[in-house]
Design a protein around this ligand. Sequence first.
Ligand code: AMP
Length: 475
Amino acid sequence: MSFAELGLIEPLVRAVASEGYEKPTPIQEKAIPPVLAGRDLLGLAQTGTGKTAAFALPILQRLHQKGYRPHGDRPIRVLVLTPTRELATQIGDSFAAYGKHLGFKHTVIFGGVGQQPQERALRSGLDVLVATPGRLLDLASQRLIHLQHLDIFVLDEADRMLDMGFIHDVRRVIALLPRQRQTLFFSATMPPEAQKLADQLLTDPETVAVAPRSATADRIEQRLYFVEKGDKRALLVDVLRDPQLTRVLVFTRTKHGANRVAEHLHRSRIKAEAIHGNKSQGARERALAHFKSGETRVLVATDIAARGIDIDDISHVVNFDLPNVPETYVHRIGRTARAGATGIAFSFCEMEERPFLADIERLIRKPIPVVTEHAHRSHMPPPSGRTEPARPASAPPPRPHGGPRRRRTANAVTTARSGRTPSAAMPLRAAMDSVTRTVPTAIRPIGRAAAASVRSRAAAAARTASAAPRAKLPM
Ligand code: AMP
């Protein structure tokens, strides 16, 4: 199937060709025809699947076909609401690239920067507005944004939007929109809160779902390091001695943690920068630009900051901290296998994170191979049910508790067979769905006690899912 066969007009086909796209991605194949036909859409897809073009291309075509001319009096016809500045910028860039032969005007607005340039862009008239909720409401309350002529509303990354606590802002934005409109709703997962919002917003929607990038987890080489909490930074430096780690995205749980790791790497003469919500917009953009250009080898990020950042060619992902929500693990490691590339993901697991590891392995339905030979190996025994693999004959004996550390390469990998390898292969997406549908709060950042409760419910969901026949996903 080609872009032209999907019904796209020549200026759009030409634009995607000049972007180097040869054929539509699955979400584009499924979403473009119904959106062109004016239908509401529920898209279960995440960043990286090509979802931006899946909505931007048919939207541009609809603007064109409605006979709107890109000049004169131009009320806002399209609003794309998205959770982060980075996503907003990327979506804006996509509208510019795909619409370059049509001449419609778009602008991107988000908080954390001066209002004046955004104000000027709004006053000069535009067709497509891409915005984060806070600044949008701010400008709307100053009567700088008028949405009464809106035709199409896109809610992007709805699950993340709710996760970030934007639900009230989202509802306030929706209250500004005309009832008569086309609505496109995108979410990677559908926790009940997102489903409720979708039910309220969409009228007879076409539902399309594509396997997220996370379904490529099988293609990603995954390795696990058992390590003491206090040794993680030293282990990271060791791991980074391997020159094959050319462009590395390191995930930490907290912003503070991201700063500390970046500073430690810096002191170890490894070029690294941290990116998270406490950094100014300028600092985030600079860090990203340095990472993209290769000037910085390591980007240390929190999940929220990294979400939606479009960086190709990440050679390795390092989970410096294991996430307490197992789907997050799958999303993180998917960053290293973009556009069909294979990637490598390392995970550092300290004692307190072992319950998280169990949840992750249950979700991906396989044990992660353990790197047994490294200088910072935990002196705690392996988790119960996981047998330590035999050491290769050439390997020196493990460091006794508290004994001197051995210096070894970070990459001696052996697979630990836990003896509980699942037999029936349940597709990863199905496993993810069963967990996210059953565990309402699974996507929320949570405290330790709540995490334990989520874990046990997620485990129950995964068990139920593997035992019971599953409801079919609309594809
Ligand atoms: P998105 O999911 O919209 O963030 O897109 C992820 C990446 O895929 C972006 O870098 C796009 O430029 C790229 N992309 C989108 N559609 C296609 C396509 N049909 N062929 C190749 N690359 C694409």
